[in-house]
Design a binder for this molecule. Sequence first.
Ligand SMILES: *[C@@H]1O[C@H](CO)[C@@H](O)[C@H](O)[C@H]1NC(C)=O
Ligand SMILES: *[C@@H]1O[C@H](CO)[C@@H](O)[C@H](O)[C@H]1NC(C)=O
Ligand SMILES: *[C@@H]1O[C@H](CO)[C@@H](O)[C@H](O)[C@H]1NC(C)=O
Ligand SMILES: *[C@@H]1O[C@H](CO)[C@@H](O)[C@H](O)[C@H]1NC(C)=O
Ligand SMILES: *[C@@H]1O[C@H](CO)[C@@H](O)[C@H](O)[C@H]1NC(C)=O
Ligand SMILES: *[C@@H]1O[C@H](CO)[C@@H](O)[C@H](O)[C@H]1NC(C)=O
Ligand SMILES: *[C@@H]1O[C@H](CO)[C@@H](O)[C@H](O)[C@H]1NC(C)=O
Length: 346
Amino acid sequence: MLHLTSLLLIILINVGNCPVVLQPPAVVVEYGTSVSANCSTSKPHFGMAWEVPQGAVDLREDVQLITWNLSRLEDWDIKPLCYINIKNQTKPDKRHLPVIVYKTPDSVSISIVGHTGPVTEGTQYELQCDVQNVAPVHRLTVKWYKGQTLLTDTFFNDPTKTPVNQSATLQISPSRADDAADYWCEAELRLGPAAPQPPPTMKSDPLNITVYYAPQIVSRMNSVLVPIFSDVSLNCSAEGNPEPTVMWSFKNQTIITGRRQSTLTISRATSANAGIYTCTATSLSWSQTREVKVEEDYRFLLISVFIIVFIIIFLIILVAYKKKRTRKYDITRNNNCMAMKPLKNN
Ligand SMILES: *[C@@H]1O[C@H](CO)[C@@H](O)[C@H](O)[C@H]1NC(C)=O
Ligand SMILES: *[C@@H]1O[C@H](CO)[C@@H](O)[C@H](O)[C@H]1NC(C)=O
Ligand SMILES: *[C@@H]1O[C@H](CO)[C@@H](O)[C@H](O)[C@H]1NC(C)=O
Ligand SMILES: *[C@@H]1O[C@H](CO)[C@@H](O)[C@H](O)[C@H]1NC(C)=O
Ligand SMILES: *[C@@H]1O[C@H](CO)[C@@H](O)[C@H](O)[C@H]1NC(C)=O
Ligand SMILES: *[C@@H]1O[C@H](CO)[C@@H](O)[C@H](O)[C@H]1NC(C)=O
Ligand SMILES: *[C@@H]1O[C@H](CO)[C@@H](O)[C@H](O)[C@H]1NC(C)=O
C-alpha cells in the first residue's frame, strides 16, 4: 500500500509542473538483468542527459527524449539522474530515478537451533530460518508456516543494499497435537507494484517434527466387584509417544505386558485373586500407574446359600406337617364319629 502511494505520488509529480518526465517513474530490477527508462520533456532546452555510472547518456540538445538502457545491471546502489537545461532557467531540472535492485535467495532452510531429532512436549525450542544471499534485506519478509497455517511474519530493518545471509527465529513450544506437523518458512521480497507479480518467493523444505509426550492411562476404572468363581477382564490402555508399554502387575509380579493396551483376564476368581492390581504405562523415562481394586462379590453366594437354607427349612416344615396330617388322618379313619370329634392326641 505504501509503495502504491509513493508510486502515485511520483506519477503526480511527474505529470505536474516539473518539466522532467521519467517513464517508468520507478524501476524494480533483478541484479544482472536488463533495465531501461526514458527521460523526456516538452520544454525547449539546451541539452538533456542521464548521469549514471553505467549506461550514461551524454548531453544531447537535438532530442526531447533520452533512454537509459542497460543490458546487465550490476550495481547494488545505482542512482540514475536525468537533468535538462531548460531554456530561460538558471538551474537545470533534475530528477532521480528510484531503482530497487533485488536478488532472490540462493537458498532458504529451516532447522531447530541446537537440536536434532524428536522434541519433547512442553519444552521451548527455537526454529531458525536461514535465507542465503538475499537483497535488499529490508524488503525481505520471512513467513512462518505450520502445515498450511501462517504463524507469523518476520521483518528486518537492516538498510544494507548488497546481498546478506539473514536468519529469522521463532519460539515454539510443541504440543502432542503438533506431532508429525510440518514447519516451514518462506522468504518473500516486498518490491511493490512495479515488481514482477506475484512477488518473488522461495520456500524452505518442510521440517517434519516428532513430538514425544508422557504416557497417560485412559482407563478410569478404580475398582471392580467380581462374583466369586466368575471371569473378569481388566483393561488398561495408554496414550503416549513413543508408544508406551502397558503392563499389569499384582503383588509385585508382572503378569502381562502389552503395547499401548493390555488386558488381564482372571478366570474363576476366588478370594486369592482379590487385591490391588497395578497398571503401569512406561515410555522413555516416563511412567504412570493406576491401581484397580478387585473385590470378591459374595452376594450371589449368600443369596444362593440363603435360598438353599430356605428350601431346606421349607422342606423340613413340609415334612413335619405331612407327618402330622397323616397321624390326624389315621385317627379320623379309625373313629367312625368323624370330623367334629376333637383330637386328644397330637
Ligand atoms: C522509451 O521510449 C521509446 C521511444 O518512444 C519507447 O519505444 C520505449 O518503449 C520507451 N521505454 C519505456 C520504458 O517507456
Ligand atoms: C537497450 O539495449 C539492448 C541491448 O543492449 C538493445 O537490444 C535495445 O534495443 C536497447 N533499447 C533501447 C530502447 O535503446
Ligand atoms: C525565454 O525568454 C525570452 C526572452 O528573455 C522570451 O522571449 C521567451 O518567450 C522565453 N521562453 C520561455 C519558454 O519562457
Ligand atoms: C553467506 O553464507 C555462505 C555460505 O555459508 C557464504 O559462502 C557467504 O559468503 C555468506 N555471505 C555473506 C554475505 O555473508
Ligand atoms: C511427517 O512424518 C511422518 C512420519 O515420517 C508422516 O507420517 C507424516 O505424514 C509426516 N507429516 C507430514 C505433514 O508430511
Ligand atoms: C476389555 O476389553 C475387551 C475387549 O477389548 C472387552 O471385551 C472387555 O469387556 C473389556 N473388559 C473390561 C473390564 O472393560
Ligand atoms: C513391592 O515391592 C516394594 C519395593 O520394591 C515393597 O516396598 C513392597 O512392600 C512390595 N509389596 C508387596 C505386596 O510385596
